[in-house]
Design a protein around this ligand. Sequence first.
Ligand code: GLU
Length: 295
Amino acid sequence: MTMVTRFAPSPTGYLHLGHAFSAIFAHDAARRNGGRFILRIEDIDTGRCRPQFVEAIEEDLAWLGLAWDEPPRRQSAHFDDYRSALARLEAMDLLYPCFCTRADIAQQIERAAEAPHGPDGPRYPGLCRALPAAEAARRRQAGEPFALRLDMTKATALAGPLTWRDGEAGEVDAEPQLFGDVVLARKDTPTSYHLAVTVDDALQGVTLVTRGADLFAATHVHRLLQALLGLPVPAWHHHRLLTDAAGCRLAKRSDAVSLRTLRSQGLMPGEVRALMGAPLLPDRRANELGQAQGG
Ligand code: GLU
């Protein structure tokens, strides 16, 4: 079987060294194994994604010397694929509409005797899971905005025990219940990260999902969705995350220095590649990063 890997950034900002690391990781895994490397643009969040960042992503990856083997798939052009997956899950009676606002959820959590936390924060306390079907239908018809949540108890009971294989961690028992009733379609978008990534990896024939260790737990949910939707099961490799001089992981939100800024300061693609083998950023670059960030 031909290996297919992918790099799947969201165009909400410029790529930084952490992204470069992830992209090179996926690219090199495919190239070393005579496989294919795919670029996917994860732009379901139409409010935060910008076309100029899509262009910048392609430019920065090309500068790194990476080439992808087919035109990049843009998730925003494929909402129908996610709608079909939702329809299948709905037909299995595994979804329910959730009309709660963030404030409603915060209030429920405050009132609850215990508020279990999942990998993404407090678990949804489940108010809308208990809505009588007639009331849910009435509110839907009245045009009240709703998200679609997976009934995790039903879904895990239906799927039974699941495992998945990670290049670093080995055989892992899937624990999607840690997340509670995850959102599979947001109020403003007919999908969510978990659903879109699972559907796309299957549609695009991805055989090895490589990404940062920060997404390790999300794989529990993806493995469950694959089982429910009858999708092929890839292997995963969650790689370590690059950290800055202070030991914090690089993130767009924390203003990690972008590849283009470092490039304008003289960074060479070979230097980025050199990071692949190093446990942390080399001192010189880490110092520069630290200075640029601390500024
Ligand atoms: N789009 C996600 C991100 O930018 C990554 C998705 C994935 O690799 O599964 O964090």
